[in-house]
Design a binder for this molecule. Structure first.
Ligand SMILES: *[C@@H]1O[C@H](CO)[C@@H](O)[C@H](O)[C@H]1NC(C)=O
Ligand SMILES: *[C@@H]1O[C@H](CO)[C@@H](O)[C@H](O)[C@H]1NC(C)=O
Length: 397
């Protein structure tokens, strides 16, 4: 095989690696949610703390906003609240909507002006509120309301909160961590939300980092590493280069994968109410299998060892199983994201490209092997190579 063909192969692989990544820096997890009431909201934002989301439709003609505040995860032993506070980014002065489940199982939602001594007694707010109701299902609490805004309230501060119930009524929320930082601004007309910390929610950011690390590590580099091993091996000129390429690919993939796995565990432990057990279990299985694969390198028999063939069988089975499971789990991950279709589309594109490259290389390899075998038969096995599907007898095969 000549150098030109090998260069073309690398070019092909390079093309796959540089496929355009999704450019949405501010992916919002709130997009694409269908509410039980079939209500559709044109604006939504991931609030930066307490894994909460705000959805709304703003009607400029009468300055009203239909809103939904969604807290996930939560439980029926908690109350949730969302408020506008034109007086500042703090609790005191908040014009709050409060909801919780009563002991007989019905949800209650009411308005409460919150003073410096937070009792959350029902009372009317400084602006009109109608259609107020709340629902609880699947560990999520949602408050729906229509707000009568005015010019001062169009772009103002918002505060949201969660706390425990005690004796069937709201008691004080935790006074540390995220519960003290759940403030920001909201602009109903332009649809922008900020937090005092600025930028998008740290949780959404960590989720994106988790997805990117795992997608690139498990979902792209590992298949490329397998393609390298399977198809470059057949070219005598690429020996032992293919081996080092394969190893480098898988080492980087493993490093990214383990980092991504770690961020996943952290995300999981930070949201105790939510359990994506399938995604999590496949992730744990993947990590174990990949680690086994790395350890097995140490136990790799020498090329002339009679157990070498079993080791290779093991190595290939686990390797392909990892790739299949990785792809399955990446799609499980997309499901968790609730319809962030840009990432999903981009990844489907990458998978199709990788599959097409593998298919072309597979055909190509067989042509070469068949042709080589023919010429080797006529040459009476002069160079003694047994090239069936690329499993040449090299030191690294
Ligand atoms: C405000 O306007 C919207 C859309 O024009 C309408 O659907 C809604 O009923 C109005 N709300 C009130 C309180 O008039
Ligand atoms: C549940 O309790 C509340 C308050 O005591 C009451 O207003 C409501 O009607 C009750 N709901 C049902 C279904 O019994």
């Amino acid at each position: 095989m000549n150098k030109f063909s090998i260069a073309m192969l690398f070019l092909g692989l390079g093309l796959v690696i540089t496929l355009p990544a999704p450019s949405s820096a501010q992916t919002q997890a709130c997009n694409g949610l269908t509410f039980s009431s079939n209500q559709v909201f044109s604006s939504c934002n991931d609030l930066p703390r307490l894994s909460s989301y705000l959805y709304w439709n703003y009607h400029a003609t009468n300055q009203t906003a239909d809103i939904a505040f969604r807290k996930t995860p939560t439980s029926t032993s908690n109350w949730v609240a969302w408020a506008l506070n034109p007086s500042g980014q703090r609790m005191a002065g908040s014009q709050a909507l409060v909801a919780y489940q009563q002991s007989n199982g019905t949800m209650i939602a009411y308005t409460a002006p919150v003073s410096a001594s937070p009792t959350m007694q029902p009372g009317s707010l400084s602006f009109g509120v109608s259609n107020l109701r709340a629902e609880y299902s699947n560990g999520e609490m949602i408050i729906f309301a229509t707000l009568q805004l005015d010019n001062t309230l169009l772009s103002t501060n918002q505060v949201w909160q969660e706390g425990p119930l005690s004796g069937g009524s709201p008691s004080i929320h935790p006074t540390s961590g995220d519960n003290m930082q759940s403030v920001g601004t909201v602009d109903f007309a332009t649809g922008t939300v900020t937090s005092t910390g600025g930028g998008i929610s740290s949780r959404a950011r960590r989720r994106n980092v988790h997805g990117l690390l795992n997608g690139v590590g498990w979902g792209v580099l590992m298949p490329i590493g397998a393609i390298t091993a399977r198809y470059l091996k057949v070219f005598k000129a690429a020996d032992p280069a293919w081996y080092y390429l394969h190893i480098s690919c898988q080492v980087i993939a493993y490093a990214l994968g383990v980092a991504g796995w770690g961020t996943g565990l952290k995300l999981g432990s930070d949201s105790p109410g939510i359990k994506y057990s399938k995604h999590r279990n496949i992730g744990i299985a993947l990590f174990s299998m990949a680690t086994l694969q790395v350890c097995a390198l140490l136990a790799k028999p020498k090329p002339d060892n009679k157990y070498r063939i079993y080791w290779k069988f093991y190595h290939h089975s686990i390797g392909y199983a990892i790739i299949v499971l990785s792809i399955v789990n990446i799609f499980e991950g997309f499901d968790v994201l609730n319809g962030q279709n840009n990432w999903k589309k981009a990844y489907i594109g990458i998978i199709i490209a990788l599959g097409a490259i593998a298919l072309i290389l597979e055909t190509f390899t067989w042509l070469i092997v068949v042709r080589r075998e023919k010429s080797e038969t006529t040459n009476k096995h002069l160079n003694g190579t047994n090239g069936v599907n690329g499993y040449a007898t090299t030191a690294h095969a």
